[in-house]
Design a protein around this ligand. Structure first.
Ligand code: GYE
Length: 323
């Protein structure tokens, strides 16, 4: 009897000491964030991935990272696996805009908040995600368009101005919006026409391949190339040079992102201008994940601030670039 009592007392004492320890531990347990990345298609994406991984480490967040290799089905699988693992927060950069309703509803039913990073989705029910952090891609397209309007006025004072366009991934928010913003601005000058437009899937290899096809057609003079990202422009520069033409001199080139490779191309005189799109979203994303977990109300849309860099400032800007 005495023995049993001592045992009971011992157990109570143990529970008393461990109780607070255990609950403190639970509150301090690192937040688990499941992140589904688009892929590794561009310099921009590489910088974005590095930013997210570094920021998670800095913030003491346990990151479960999945690379979807530019395939929506892989992203859906990754999100389902995050739900099964009961992560605290899910974040993802959706490769395309549509087709997310079902899986996001599953996350909502499991009470796991979702943060969109970089690219937007097209869903009927906006409550399927908490917030979206990323660039204003329509505005980036407009910035490119404004530069082209001005350039056309100065450089091609008369006659038609023929543009070829390398679009990003078909159905992706940046491809849709960068086209839209650009067209909205260039229509102010009826001489300017997009004579060819095709997707180069945001990669150098495809950018080069599609530009080769554009150049082979030879039915219309090409005055300018508008590429939805720097990597496709860099691929296209190779195609232009291999065709015996001079980038910038024979064909002006405008692209988007502002990655190091674009600054190097500008310094080498092979690219006219890049419109900045900031990939360093990691630190803000980690803060948002913590805020959402803490139950704070967040704005539905958080837009990053960006600039425009022309070749004449490239050499001076290059050492300051962080990606
Ligand atoms: O511009 C491109 C990348 O979604 C903003 O994706 C991003 C785009 C970026 O592949 O280089």
């Amino acid at each position: 009897m005495l023995k049993t009592r001592r045992h009971l007392l011992g157990a109570t004492a143990l529970a008393l000491t461990l109780g607070p320890v255990l609950s403190v531990h639970a509150a301090d347990a690192p937040l688990v964030l499941g992140f589904s990345q688009v892929g590794a298609e561009s310099e921009w994406r590489t910088a974005n991935t590095a930013s997210i991984k570094d920021a998670a480490k800095q913030a003491g967040i346990t990151l479960k990272f999945a690379d979807a290799q530019q395939k929506q089905e892989n992203q859906v699988k990754a999100i389902r696996s995050f739900i099964a693992q009961k992560v605290d927060v899910i974040a993802f950069s959706p490769v395309v805009e549509s087709g997310w309703d079902t899986v996001l509803r599953e996350a909502k039913n499991a009470k796991i908040p979702v943060i969109l990073t970089d690219r937007a989705v097209n869903v009927t029910d906006p409550s399927l995600y908490v917030t979206f952090i990323g660039s204003d891609f329509v505005e980036e397209g407009r910035k490119a368009g404004r530069w082209v309007l001005d350039w056309a006025k100065k450089t091609v004072p008369q006659g038609e101005v023929n543009i070829v366009e390398l679009q990003g991934t078909v159905g992706s928010a940046p491809a849709i919006d960068r086209k839209k913003g650009f067209e909205e601005i260039i229509k102010a000058d009826p001489r300017i026409k997009i004579v060819r437009s095709q997707s180069g899937d945001f990669t150098r290899a495809k950018g080069k391949e599609v530009m080769e096809a554009f150049l082979k057609a030879k039915d219309k003079k090409i005055h300018l190339l508008y590429a939805h990202n720097d990597d496709m422009a860099i691929g296209a520069i190779q195609a232009i040079e291999e065709a015996g033409l001079k980038p910038v001199k024979d064909i002006a080139i405008v692209s988007i992102d502002g990655v190091r490779g674009a600054f190097e191309a500008m310094v080498a005189g092979k690219l006219n201008v890049t419109i900045e799109c900031n990939p360093l979203l990691g630190p803000q994303l980690m803060q948002l994940a913590k805020d959402v977990k803490a139950g704070k109300t967040l704005p539905k849309r958080i837009t990053t601030e960006e600039g425009v860099f022309t070749a004449d400032v490239a050499a001076q800007e290059l050492p300051k670039r962080k990606y």
